[in-house]
Design a protein around this ligand. Structure first.
Ligand code: ACO
Length: 363
């Protein structure tokens, strides 16, 4: 047996989401991603994912109001954090701040955990620029408030819709590495805060949620449409992976890429995005798909969620160092729903390994 990354191993039954890698289809609680993105706000998607996993039913409107209060409550933690913590890379600072919150499994803990990354990330980003953090506005939706806390001004309608679309698109995605980490921790009976901390730690690697920053680095390094093919070929010659391409499950285009490309369109049409960047990205995407087909004919490699994540979050003025943190803001609800499902319906996760080291010498 090889260390094959548990490929094709079924490690849980879930009613939360289904990833069909051959068809390129994602279903979240019975709703296909394209419909969900078109119709749902962040609060709608969060209420859908948490349905049946809280002590009491909760509507999207309830959640919006309670999350507003929770954001105001967690904001106070920013003022008690020391400078060393606040100067860590944004996702690490966010994780360290969340680690200071109480653990638990109830609705209050859930609210705190959904609110905390949304408040901590913009505050950390502003402090790192030498600016004062902006206090949350409880009456705003989660997406509008994140953007308001980031930029100290009210976002446009198109910006709020684009962030909602992003947060909904990445809210849950089967048993990815961070969600599995969340379920492993939940299976031991540790609380939701512990699950979320484990999940953030798994998310930040470049093979998972750490890819979108490097996607923008790649676009910058390529610089112009004419250089795309040569640059990509040289990167592959050096044995590098093209960030934003390939996926363990999808053998076709990641449906989330199109959902995010669609979410970018209103920003493009209203001139709220650098059109040159979009044109370059489209050219790089085409060149990368062609060169990957030539170089890896046996492995279908297509664009994944991170490619358009990079463009969308850049258009919303998040710095690239913060992209993984924004991913965590959206995925926390999926991690919590999975942790609750595991705690309520699962058993301790404890696989076995095959020992291939030396045996003790006979005396
Ligand atoms: N560029 C070039 N080659 C690639 C890429 C890529 N992006 N992705 C996979 N390959 C190649 C590998 O080099 C390997 O080739 P080989 O057999 O000749 O050595 C083959 O495809 C299979 O690679 P694995 O690592 O076994 O594939 P796996 O399913 O584990 O990888 C992963 C999935 C980690 C996402 C990979 O495609 C990758 O590294 N992509 C780039 C990073 C990225 O975009 N990450 C975000 C993923 S989406 C998310 O997690 C939210």
């Amino acid at each position: 047996m090889k260390n094959n990354g548990l490929e094709d191993v079924i490690a849980a039954e879930t009613r939360l989401s289904d990833v069909d890698g051959e068809a390129g289809r994602l279903v979240i609680r019975g709703v296909s991603l394209d419909l969900l993105v078109e119709r749902a706000t962040y609060e709608d998607a969060a209420a859908l994912l948490l349905d049946g996993f809280l002590e009491r039913p909760v509507t999207a409107a309830d959640l919006k109001a309670r999350l507003g209060q929770a954001r105001a409550e967690v904001f106070a933690h920013i003022h008690t954090a020391d400078a060393a913590l606040l100067n860590l890379p944004p996702v690490d600072a966010m994780r360290a701040l969340i680690a200071r919150l109480p653990d638990g499994e109830d609705f209050e803990t859930t609210l705190r955990l959904l609110a905390a990354p949304a408040v901590f990330l913009p505050a950390v980003l502003r402090l790192q620029k030498g600016e004062t953090p902006v206090a949350p506005t409880p009456s705003l939706s989660q997406s509008a408030d994140i953007l308001a806390m980031l930029d100290a001004s009210l976002p446009t309608r198109e910006q709020v819709s684009a962030l909602d679309a992003y947060l909904v698109t990445i809210s849950d995605h089967g048993l990815n590495a961070s969600t599995f980490a969340s379920r492993v921790v939940a299976s031991t009976g540790a609380g939701l805060t512990s699950s979320v901390l484990a999940a953030i730690s798994a998310l930040k690697g470049p093979l998972h949620g750490g890819a979108p920053g490097p996607v923008l680095d790649m676009l910058d390094a390529i610089g112009s449409e004419d250089s795309a093919r040569t640059w990509l070929g040289q990167a592959l010659d050096r044995g590098e992976r093209l960030m934003g391409f390939g996926h363990r499950i999808y053998r076709v285009r990641d449906p989330r890429a199109d959902a995010l490309k669609g979410a970018l369109a209103p920003l493009v049409m209203t001139g709220q995005v650098d059109r040159n960047r979009i044109r370059l990205a489209e050219a790089v995407e085409q060149a990368a798909l062609a060169i990957l087909r030539e170089r890896k004919p046996d492995r279908p490699l297509d664009v994944n969620v991170e490619f358009y994540t990079a463009l969308l979050l850049d258009a919303l003025k998040f710095p690239r160092a913060a992209f993984t943190g924004v991913f965590a803001i959206g995925r926390t609800v999926g991690w919590i729903a999975h942790a609750r499902e595991q705690a309520l319906e699962g058993r301790l996760i404890r696989p076995r390994s095959v020992y291939i080291g030396p045996l003790p010498q006979a005396a």
